[in-house]
Design a binder for this molecule. Sequence first.
Ligand SMILES: [Zn+2]
Length: 152
Amino acid sequence: MQATKKYRKSARPGGLVGLDWRSAREQLLAAIDPAQRSAVAALLAQRSGGGAGLRMWLRVLVSQSRALPEALPSGLVAIYLDDPEAVPLHDCAHCGLAVPVRPNRFGYDGEPERVYFPECPCCGARTGLYAYWSTPNELHLAAAAPPCADKA
Ligand SMILES: [Zn+2]
């Protein structure tokens, strides 16, 4: 019981400064193509079933201070809408954008069953497991939102 309390206390301070779940959700939805927005909002509102990857993506945004482009490629969002198993386990080495993969049947470790974006759909840099975190800071794009045009 005590370990649970400690975990809860330490989990929040590491989160994105000034951005709570609701604000992050609004920012994410605003960056999504209007044609996809209501489907994404409906999946985010679910507590179970479809949309686990989208909810995980939102959690990444809140907890890891990730910047989000003003406009996300519809092809990126479509993966979450089309593949209920897609989760944002990979990220871009350069801009930090989280990108979805379909994990293998054993879980999140190891090679994913499917890598949708070996290159970032926003900046073109390589993606991978912890790619952003294993890249020296001087090679990261500035803290500003990553540039992105819809290339779908
Ligand atoms: Zn990128």
